[in-house]
Design a protein around this ligand. Sequence first.
Ligand SMILES: *[C@@H]1O[C@H](CO)[C@@H](O)[C@H](O)[C@H]1NC(C)=O
Ligand SMILES: *[C@@H]1O[C@H](CO)[C@@H](O)[C@H](O)[C@H]1NC(C)=O
Length: 183
Amino acid sequence: MSAVYLLLLLLPLISAQTYHWGACPTPKLQPSFNLQQYLGRWYEIEKLPASFARGKCIEANYSVRKDGTIRVLNAQFYKNKTRTAEGTAVVHDMREPARLGVSFSYFTPYSPYLILTTDYTSLAVVYSCIDILRLFHVDYAWILGRSRFLPYETVSYARELLMNEGIDLYRMKATDQRGCKDN
Ligand SMILES: *[C@@H]1O[C@H](CO)[C@@H](O)[C@H](O)[C@H]1NC(C)=O
Ligand SMILES: *[C@@H]1O[C@H](CO)[C@@H](O)[C@H](O)[C@H]1NC(C)=O
C-alpha cells in the first residue's frame, strides 16, 4: 500500500520523462570498451525522450583532464546562443568499462551512461535508466555520430539494437543538426 502511495506522489514529478512499469532493462554492453578511442566529439543524432524546450546542434566532447578525470562538455544552440554544460564521467568498475556514470554537478548523483555499442569512428548507442523502487523506471537513449548526419541505414541499425533490448523508442526524436556552425 505505502509503495503505491509513494508512486502516486512521484508520478507528477517524472511525468515529463519516459517512464515504464517494471525494473530497468539490462541491455548487453559494448564488449572490451576502450574509453581512449571513445574520446573526442560526438554529435547527437537522435534522443529519447524529446523534450519541448530544446536546442539544436547538440554535441558533446569527451576528454581527459590533467587530473585524469573524464571531462564531458555538452554544447547546444538554443535561443540564438551556444550554451555549454560541463560534467564528469567515471567508470565505477574497470571490469565493466562500458558502464559509465555522468554527473553535471557536485550535488547530483552520477547518472548511468551505458555504451551499448560503438565502432568509435562513426556510431555510438548510449542508454541510461533509473529504477524507482523496481516498480517502474525512467530511461534515456542517444544515438550519437562522429558526424552531424548518419546514413539512414546506420540510424535504423541503432534503433533496432535499442528495440531488441526491449527499449521503447516511441518518444525518440531526431536532433536538428542543420545550419550549425562548424569549427
Ligand atoms: C575537446 O576538448 C579538448 C579538451 O578541452 C580539446 O583539446 C579538443 O580540441 C576538443 N575537441 C573537439 C573536437 O572539440
Ligand atoms: C541572433 O544572432 C545573430 C548573430 O549574432 C543576430 O544577427 C540576430 O539578430 C539574432 N537574432 C535574434 C532573434 O536575437
